[in-house]
Design a protein around this ligand. Structure first.
Ligand SMILES: Cc1ncc(COP(=O)(O)O)c(C=O)c1O
Length: 406
């Protein structure tokens, strides 16, 4: 059986069109020039970068391609937004606001500012579906707040935040607003020139581009402190010789995402819905995590009672499925022993939405994508319920529950 990949929120394969577009910029006789060089080879590389910038700008609806800065990944883009804004605007105040369900690229950047530089951070709670309340944000804004950072969509449960409402509150209060759009770029329409958003991060490898490239949208006029110091690259905003093949790949990936979104989003959503409904119908004591409606069309996160998410992921891996145990970060490292010894923290997102800890450990994320088909869903609905049954048949917890009739 061909492996079935359900882990597109972790990373996506590079699309053939992207790979082909990058190839000349990696070939020894091709466009390997340094975009800062004045000669023909350099200027070819420069032109390729600028056309990619236009493609990225088009996907996110930026008013001007100059508002896009290439970075090495989504993490760097988030760090540049959060730390760059904090350092550039510390005269205004030293308070930041974010949410409890952000990616660690934002949470750990905030933590760094708190611990190492004396900033104060408010972590907004979320409701049981993972949404931030605009009322909570309104109440948390202070005269010394310099930045609010709330993700557009969550990587674990797919919940989409009310970005326009939250951004409006910030704009009215004269506070910069950053959104981590790493999971939403390419999946849902973004219109940053119209939205009250000042900064937005994205990442190549989440939308069928290569790893090692990301971008930060910086609204014209917004000042950030640079994180990297060196040459005058990226208009003095991010020093370092540009990753030309990466930028070209990201550009083509953005172009394809924009061109195909209107057909691809509903196609993937229909597959996801069939998978989700099928699992919830066929597997007793299975629960959906995330917002029923305001959610990315490719993501479903399900808790299976009395099942170790890790064991399920490994059992399914053997059966040809690649997906992710969201209970614990990083399947690669979450071995049974590490888990039992309590070395790993359970998912902060599932905790924040109030999933009980035993259920967190039985939670699995399915994130679908461009290459999934109806046949994948048929296979999943055949195999996954049987895998859950088998694991439960070995589980003393399940046995006790059966005896107790719960
Ligand atoms: C919401 C979100 N933000 C940021 C990142 C970090 O992106 P990258 O892997 O490109 O550093 C990820 C990656 O999982 C993500 O899902």
């Amino acid at each position: 059986m061909k492996p079935i990949y359900f882990d597109n929120n972790a990373t996506t394969p590079v699309r053939a069109e992207v790979f082909e577009a990058m190839r000349p910029f990696l070939a020894p006789d091709g466009g390997f020039g340094n975009p800062s060089s004045l000669h023909t080879l350099g200027q070819q590389a420069h032109a390729a970068m600028e056309s990619s910038r236009e493609q990225v700008a088009a996907l996110v609806g930026a008013a001007d391609p100059a508002e896009i800065v290439f970075t090495s990944c989504g993490t760097e883009a988030d760090n540049m937004a959060v730390i760059g804004a904090a350092f550039a605007h510390r005269d205004k105040g030293r308070h930041l606001i974010t949410s409890a369900v952000e990616h660690h690229a934002v949470l750990h950047a905030c933590d760094y500012l708190e611990k190492e530089h004396g900033f104060a951070v408010t972590y907004l709670p979320v409701d049981r579906h993972g949404r931030v309340s605009p009322d909570d944000l309104r109440a948390a804004l202070r005269p010394d707040t310099l930045l609010v950072s709330i993700m557009t969509a969550n990587n674990e449960i797919g919940t989409i935040e009310p970005i326009q409402e939250l951004g409006e509150l910030c704009r009215n209060a004269g506070v910069l607003f950053h959104t981590d759009a790493v999971q939403s770029a390419g999946k849902v329409p973004l219109d940053l020139k119209e939205w009250p958003v000042d900064l937005a991060a994205l990442s190549g490898h989440k939308l069928y581009g290569p790893k090692g490239i990301g971008a930060l949208y910086i609204r014209r006029g917004v000042q950030l402190h640079a994180l990297l110091h060196g040459g005058a690259h990226e208009k003095n905003r991010r020093a370092g010789t540009e990753n030309v093949p990466g930028a070209v790949g990201l550009g083509v990936a953005c172009h394809l995402a924009l061109k195909e979104m209107a057909t691809e989003e509903p196609r993937v959503r229909a597959l996801r819905d069939r998978l989700e409904q099928g699992l919830l119908e066929r597997v007793p004591c299975a629960y959906l995590n995330g917002h029923p409606a305001h959610r990315l069309g490719n993501t479903t996160n399900v808790s299976f009672d009395a099942v170790e998410g890790e064991s399920l992921v490994l059992a399914l891996d053997q059966a040809g499925f690649t997906l992710r145990n969201e209970g614990l970060p990083g399947l690669e490292i979450s071995t049974g022993s590490a888990c039992a010894s309590g070395l790993l923290e359970p998912s902060h997102v599932l905790k924040a939405i109030g999933v009980p800890s035993d259920r967190i450990h039985g939670s699995v994320r399915f994130s679908l994508g461009h290459f999934n088909t109806d046949a994948d869903i048929d296979a999943a609905l055949d195999i996954i319920p049987r895998a859950v049954d088998r694991l439960r048949s070995l589980s003393p917890i399940w046995e006790d529950r059966q005896k107790a009739g719960v």
